[in-house]
Design a binder for this molecule. Structure first.
Ligand SMILES: Cc1cc2nc3c(=O)[nH]c(=O)nc-3n(C[C@H](O)[C@H](O)[C@H](O)COP(=O)(O)OP(=O)(O)OC[C@H]3O[C@@H](n4cnc5c(N)ncnc54)[C@H](O)[C@@H]3O)c2cc1C
Length: 403
């Protein structure tokens, strides 16, 4: 009989995926006394650098539990304020980080994963690259992961942190939902040059343009930007077959009538710092988060569309919460307690972002209503008190998890 069979407590874990949830989970599991190994499909340095990702106060609070908050905040552009504008240049509202919370920071998506992987490795977590997970077998005494290079790994648990197209999710529930398309495609980039714009002074400017949505942030040296374009239908071939020049030309047309930094930035963007178009997707409700010795966290379980600016933060929170539950409870109860603690919150964030997506894809009439009503709603509903449920969320690591 092994340790886990005797006590019900896990001692070892296989973590599939080295994005945000994976390294954060491995660090938190280590803190909970569980030795975890991260298996990532890609080799270091081969992934995309990614466009700007805002890591919100609540994400930084979760990463503080595993000591990774400073490394990430130190590399990002501090972004304590989001300023929302109409296409005519009118300020529709602002969302400020509460002064008592860690200030939101913005960094390239790929860099965030790299930093977390490095942090996990430095803490003694083995991070194994070039390992694409394909299947798992629950032997009743352990779980055995199989990779596409015909190698295997064995542990007490397997945690699926393999993103929105999770293989692990399909394994624990073959009927699990597929990603849902939001009606928007996203493009963007991150440049180590100003891209023709000046320091935004800690603000991430977001513009509900007449035809599409544009955001940018800059500290005067580095600039991150993104565009969300309403696309009712498209084919993958169409997205992949459109050249850099064609995307830039399309965006120039769509943003031509707006008062924003779009035109200036598009004049300076180069192909090497450009993230090509991809559909923006979410997973509003994944019914099964765990089965036997396997559980899901991050986008694999609760992908929110980028409009929330919360996907990475929620992934970090779930990583810490799952580890805390596994620290205090035997495995089936720990997975149940983790889901109880997380499901309502993450689904609320996903639903809130879905409403924002509708505003981004508004037609001309709806857009006029949006621009007229938004100042009223933002003044009432985006105050630090009203957004505290989202940004002020913290996990008390020392608090025992109730049975
Ligand atoms: C355009 C865009 C903009 C975004 N902006 C923001 C933002 O501003 N703020 C924010 O908080 N979030 C943002 N997000 C969402 C955020 O990136 C995700 O929510 C977050 O990365 C989820 O982390 P994760 O670890 O669950 O998944 P991922 O970061 O997707 O990581 C999954 C990892 O698993 C690996 N993997 C996949 N399959 C396998 C396999 N079979 N075997 C082994 N490894 C595998 C992948 O290579 C990847 O490294 C954005 C997303 C997009 C697409």
């Amino acid at each position: 009989m092994n340790d886990m069979e005797r006590t019900g407590r896990a001692r070892t874990a296989i973590v599939i995926g080295g994005g945000v949830a994976g390294p954060a989970a491995a660090l938190a599991l280590l803190k909970a006394g569980i030795e975890a190994t991260v298996f990532e499909a890609y080799r270091p340095g081969t992934g995309s650098r990614g466009g700007p990702l805002t890591l919100a106060s609540n994400g930084l609070s979760a990463l503080r539990v595993v000591g990774a908050d400073r490394a990430l905040a130190g590399e990002g552009i501090p972004t304590p304020r989001m300023t929302i504008h109409s296409g005519s240049g009118k300020v529709l509202g602002t969302i400020e980080s509460a002064p008592d919370l860690p200030a939101t920071t913005t960094l390239p998506r790929g860099r965030m994963a790299e930093l977390l992987q490095a942090h996990a490795a430095a803490a003694g977590v083995p991070v194994v690259y070039g390992k694409r997970f394909v299947d798992a077998v629950d032997t009743g005494r352990s779980v055995i992961a199989q990779f596409d290079d015909h190698t295997t790994a064995e542990a007490d648990l397997l945690i699926g942190c393999d993103g929105i197209r999770s293989t692990v999710r399909g394994l624990i529930d073959p009927a699990s939902p597929k990603p849902h398309y939001t009606g928007l495609i996203g493009l963007g980039g991150w440049s180590e040059t100003p891209l023709g714009v000046s320091d935004t002074g800690g603000a991430f400017h977001m513009v509900f343009g007449r035809k599409a949505f544009f955001g940018h942030v800059s500290d005067g040296e580095r600039t991150g930007w993104f565009a969300n374009l309403p696309f009712k239908t498209f084919t993958r071939e169409q997205l992949q077959g459109t050249s850099f020049e064609e995307w830039i030309a399309l965006m120039r047309t769509l943003f031509a009538d707006d008062r924003s930094a779009a035109a200036r930035i598009l004049d300076h963007v180069t192909p090497d710092a450009f993230i090509p178009a991809s559909p923006l997707e979410d997973l509003p409700h994944v019914p099964v988060w765990s089965k036997g010795r396997i559980a899901l966290i991050g986008d694999a379980a609760h992908a929110t569309s980028p409009s929330s600016g919360q996907g990475a933060s929620l992934a970090a929170e779930s990583a810490v919460e799952l580890a805390r539950c596994l620290r205090d409870l035997p495995v089936p109860q720990a997975f149940q307690a983790y889901e109880r603690a997380r499901r309502e919150r993450v689904e609320r964030v996903i639903a809130t972002a879905a409403r924002t997506n509708q505003s981004k894809a508004a037609g001309p009439v709806a857009a006029r209503f949006r621009d007229a009503l938004m100042p009223f709603f933002m003044a009432r509903f985006t105050t630090p008190e009203k957004t505290a449920w989202q940004y002020g969320h913290t996990i008390d690591w020392d608090e025992p998890v109730p049975v």
